[in-house]
Design a protein. Structure first.
Length: 367
C-alpha cells in the first residue's frame, strides 16, 4: 500500500518525484546561509595573504547574499530536474521557442546575474582592503584613486558580463553587434550627452585635483566635505549633515572654492560700550584684550590683528576686534572665538565697563 502511494502520479509525476522536488528545494533554502558561510570562508583562505586589515567576517558579509541567491537558484534547477512536464501539454523542447525555452533562459539569466553579483562583491572587497591600506598613508590621492578604480573595474565587469550573456545565452554575434554600435554611436552620444560630460568631469577632477576626498569645498550655495567622487557625481556632506549629489560637470564648470586650502579663519566682530565709558578704561580694555589674543596658542601672531576704537555711534562706542585662528575646522574655530569672548567679558567686568548689546555683531570669514 505504501509503495502504491509513492507510485501514484500527479500530472505525470510520481509522489517520489514531487517529494524529491521539495526536499532539494527546501534543502537549498535552509542550508544557503551555512553553505554561503563555508564557501566564502574557503575562498577567503586563498586570498588571505592579500587581505591585511580586513577579517573574514567582512568578506563573508559581502558574499552572503549573492552566494545565497546562487545556491537557491542551483537548488531550484536541480529540484525541477526531478519533475516532468505532462505529456498531454505537448510542449516543445528547450531548444525551440516555447514555455520550456523561456523558463530555461530565465534560469540561465538568473544564474548569470548572480555570478556577476559575486564578482562585483569581490571587487568591493579588494577595494575595501586597498582603502584600509590607503588610510595608513599621508597622501589623499590614493583615497581618491581607489573608489575611481573600483567603479571603473565594476563597469568593465558589467560590460563584459552583458556581452558574454548575449553570446552564451542568446547566441548573439557579439562582434557584429559591437561593429553595429559604431553606427548608432552618434545618436547614443547625443542622448547621453549629460552623462558623458559628467564622466569627462570625473576624469578632469582626478587629473587636475582641484580637491580630494575629505576636503571642504564650496560650489555656488553648497558648502561641505567631499565624501565620494564617482563617475557621474560627487557627494558632499554639508555642515547641516545633508548629503548632496553634485554633477561632476558642475564641479568643474562652476566657480569652486577649496576651503581646506585655507590656512586660517578670520574673526571680525564689534564690542559696544556705553557712551559714558571713560577713555582710560577703553584703553585698558584694548591693551588687555590684545594680550589675551596674543597669549592664545591657536591664534596666529599676525600684525594685522587688532582691537581698535572704531567709531562713536548714537547709542555708544564701538570697538572692533580682529584676529586669525589657525584652523580650518569651523567647530574648533567657534570654540576659540568663545574663549576670546569670555576673556573680553572678564576684562570688561574687571575694569567696570558696561557693554552694550546689538544684533548681528559677529562676522566670520575664512581665508
Amino acid at each position: 500500500m505504501y509503495n502504491n502511494f509513492l507510485q501514484q502520479t500527479i500530472f505525470d509525476n510520481s509522489v517520489v518525484n514531487i517529494v524529491w522536488f521539495f526536499v532539494i528545494l527546501l534543502s537549498g533554502i535552509i542550508l544557503k546561509r551555512f553553505v554561503s558561510h563555508q564557501l566564502s570562508g574557503l575562498i577567503y583562505r586563498f586570498i588571505k595573504r592579500y587581505t591585511e586589515g580586513v577579517d573574514v567576517n567582512a568578506f563573508r558579509e559581502l558574499l552572503r547574499k549573492p552566494v545565497g541567491v546562487f545556491i537557491v537558484l542551483i537548488s531550484f534547477y536541480l529540484a525541477c530536474k526531478q519533475l516532468h512536464y505532462p505529456a498531454q501539454w505537448e510542449l516543445p523542447t528547450e531548444e525551440k521557442f516555447g514555455i520550456r525555452f523561456i523558463i530555461w533562459k530565465i534560469f540561465l539569466l538568473s544564474v548569470f546575474f548572480s555570478f556577476t553579483w559575486i564578482v562585483l562583491r569581490l571587487v568591493d572587497f579588494f577595494a575595501l582592503v586597498l582603502s584600509y591600506r590607503a588610510k595608513k598613508t599621508e597622501s589623499k590621492v590614493d583615497d581618491q584613486l581607489i573608489p575611481f578604480i573600483k567603479e571603473s573595474i565594476k563597469f568593465i565587469v558589467m560590460s563584459l558580463s552583458f556581452f558574454l550573456m548575449l553570446g552564451a545565452i542568446f547566441h548573439v554575434n557579439v562582434a557584429s553587434l559591437i561593429a553595429g554600435l559604431g553606427i548608432g554611436g552618434l545618436a547614443f552620444a547625443l542622448a547621453a550627452k549629460d552623462t558623458l560630460e559628467n564622466l569627462l568631469g570625473s576624469f578632469a577632477i582626478f587629473l587636475d585635483k582641484p580637491f580630494t576626498l575629505g576636503d571642504v569645498v564650496k560650489v555656488g550655495n553648497v558648502q561641505g566635505r567631499v565624501e565620494k567622487i564617482g563617475f557621474r557625481s560627487t557627494l558632499i556632506r554639508t555642515f547641516e549633515k545633508t548629503l548632496i549629489s553634485m554633477p561632476n560637470k558642475k564641479m568643474i564648470d562652476a566657480e569652486l572654492e577649496n576651503v581646506s586650502m585655507r590656512r586660517m579663519i578670520r574673526a571680525l566682530f564689534p564690542v559696544y560700550m556705553k557712551m559714558d565709558t571713560a577713555p582710560e578704561k577703553i584703553e585698558r580694555f584694548m591693551e588687555e584684550g590684545m594680550q589675551l589674543i596674543k597669549s592664545h596658542n591657536d591664534i596666529k601672531d599676525d600684525p594685522s590683528s587688532y582691537i581698535r576704537f572704531d567709531k562713536i555711534t548714537d547709542t555708544g562706542i564701538e570697538i572692533q576686534v580682529l584676529f586669525f585662528v589657525e584652523t580650518i575646522d569651523a567647530d574648533y574655530y567657534q570654540q576659540v572665538r568663545q574663549e576670546i569672548l569670555f576673556g573680553l567679558l572678564k576684562i570688561a567686568n574687571k575694569n567696570q565697563i558696561r557693554l552694550d548689546v546689538k544684533s548681528g555683531d559677529v562676522v566670520i570669514q575664512r581665508i
